[in-house]
Write a protein that binds this ligand. Structure first.
Ligand SMILES: *Cc1c(COP(=O)(O)O)cnc(C)c1O
Length: 519
């Protein structure tokens, strides 16, 4: 297959693969090939006519550009087509089942979008006088109220901008609390199954990370945890339900052990969508927990954002919430507390973000909460758990479930069912693309070999789940029968085949170079 100077196949669709029907255009029927925007059009022209300014003296002096600017010169229809064609190469939750475990890709109700675009919300500016944005501040307070009620915790910080940022906020609050009592501790414990952001956050905050082994049944090993707890441990970071899709049923004992060692219990709440309305983390002994508003309360995500990661705090940590936060004054007005107290004795963290966080995400999350109501949120958790168990039950005779018994909101399989078939975990995932599905989360959590983590969420109908199950059963059957052809070159039907993802991550090509510039 020939490559262009950007390292991409030069016949954009299907070049050189076994589906050898070559077209003259490079298009495949109505699936249109699309080069980079710099590779189409004419750099010397622009899509709009702007008249030369008259009597113009440039004040740029020697800094004035004398060469071509090098922008793609497309007309409006060509620019529209370019982005529309690219969008049709994309796969999203609005196209079909998106079973990425841990990521919680649930349908985003259109009502959320309508609310986020209301002029009184979409058009305001973070530097407006507070008297002109009372409604927006009240909305933030209402959201805070829901988050505290759902978790049974007395304080919340809205401003963190993602789950990982929420972890940072929580661990910084823990460090503040320890400093306040003159207790320099240096270790944070994370279970083996933890999401990578947990140890990364701990290390970023200057802590040493120690790993806690799991048990046969996929939960944290309480005895090993107790052995690791001493007066050097600042906190334990635990995800519940955990990344194997299982509820940590010894969570109260974990909390007690952590507290009696003088440490704090940070809970990674990315999987709160499985328990909202069912159990309150405050009742389980949690000291700080982030939400991923963009997972639990719908709201679009993927492709890098935006996200929102509010953190709730227990009594032991609430003095250390970051600025700013909303308070209701005695005359009923909403006030944003933006500055530490002037006496210098301020226990807050200071600021984590320039302004007040992701307002649009607050609106979407609150819209989801209000349209479901408390009972509806509980039902959403129950439906998410039911969907995952439906998949687990329907597939466990042909794929291998990693742990016995029912799961919470995600079903974890591993690659034992592929052993000796000649089909790898990656082959299986790529074959799913030919079936029209985004693959599930692969190779995570790390505690099981060749993990495949399926999270259907509450969004999928039984019809959709059954179709998905039919495809999975079909693929598992072909693998078991030794029919490796379907897997070896998969995906056969995608516009790009197997990309070198390691190379793409390690050496991303972020800048277009014209052919004459290429070394
Ligand atoms: C998604 C996720 C995170 C990180 O959240 P971001 O919003 O992507 O920063 C942390 N832990 C778990 C278990 C997650 O699923």
């Amino acid at each position: 297959m020939s490559m262009n100077n950007q390292g991409r196949p030069s016949s954009a669709v299907g070049g050189g693969s076994s589906d050898a029907f070559e077209t003259f255009s490079g298009h495949k029927g109505l699936r249109l090939a699309e080069p980079l925007i710099y590779e189409i059009g004419n750099h010397e022209t622009t899509g709009v006519d702007v008249e030369e300014p008259s009597d113009f003296t440039s004040s740029l002096g020697a800094l004035e550009r004398d060469g071509e600017i090098g922008c793609a010169g497309l007309s409006e229809p060509d620019a529209v087509r370019h982005y529309t064609r690219l969008s049709r190469l994309n796969y999203g939750i609005d196209m079909g089942v998106f079973p990425l475990g841990s990521c919680t890709m649930k349908h985003n109700p259109r009502l959320n979008e309508k609310m986020a675009r209301l002029p009184g919300i979409g058009d305001i500016h973070p530097l407006q006088p507070q008297s002109t944005v009372q409604g927006a501040l009240e909305l933030m307070q209402e959201l805070s109220h829901w988050l505290m009620t759902l978790t049974g915790m007395p304080a919340v910080a809205l401003s963190p901008k993602a789950g990982a940022h929420g972890e940072l906020c929580g661990v910084m609050a823990i460090r503040k609390a320890l400093e306040a009592r003159g207790d320099a501790r240096e270790v944070i414990l994370c279970p083996e199954s933890a999401h990578g952001t947990n140890p990364a956050t701990a290390a970023f905050c200057g802590y040493k990370v120690k790993s806690i082994p799991g048990k046969e049944n996929g939960r944290v090993n309480l005895e090993a945890l107790k052995d690791a707890l001493d007066d050097t441990v600042a906190a334990v970071m635990i995800t519940n339900p955990n990344t194997c899709g299982l509820f940590e049923n010894e969570v109260r004992d974990i909390a007690d052990a952590v507290h009696s060692a003088g440490a704090f219990f940070y809970c990674d709440g990315a999987n709160f969508n499985a328990i909202m309305g069912k159990v309150r983390p405050g009742d389980l002994g949690v000291d700080a927990m982030h939400f991923n508003l963009h997972k639990t309360f719908s709201t679009p995500h993927g492709g890098g954002g935006p996200g929102s990661g509010p953190v709730v705090f227990s009594d032991a940590l609430k003095a250390h919430v970051p600025l700013p936060y909303v308070v209701k004054t005695s005359d009923g007005a909403m006030e944003l507390k933006e500055w530490p107290t002037s006496d210098g004795a301020d226990p807050t963290l200071g600021r984590l973000t320039a302004f007040h966080g992701q307002m649009g995400m607050y609106v979407r999350a609150l819209s989801y909460m209000l349209s479901h109501g408390g009972d509806g949120l509980k039902q959403a958790s129950e439906d998410a758990v039911l969907s995952a168990n439906y998949i687990l039950a329907a597939l466990q005779d042909v794929m291998t479930a990693s742990f016995d018994g029912p799961c919470m909101h995600e079903a974890l399989f591993d690659d034992r069912f592929l052993k000796d078939t000649g089909v790898t975990t990656l082959d299986f995932a790529k074959a799913m693309i030919d079936e029209g599905y985004h693959p599930m989360t692969m190779y995570f959590p790390l505690v099981v070999h060749g993990a495949m983590l399926v999270e259907p969420t509450e969004s999928e109908s039984k019809y959709n789940l059954d179709q998905f199950i039919t495809s999975m059963r079909g693929l598992a059957g072909e693998a078991a029968a030794g029919k490796t052809d379907r897997f070896a070159g998969a995906p056969y039907l995608a516009p790009r085949k197997r990309l070198d993802e390691t190379q793409a991550a390690r050496k991303p090509v972020l800048r277009y170079r014209a052919p004459e510039e290429t070394p």
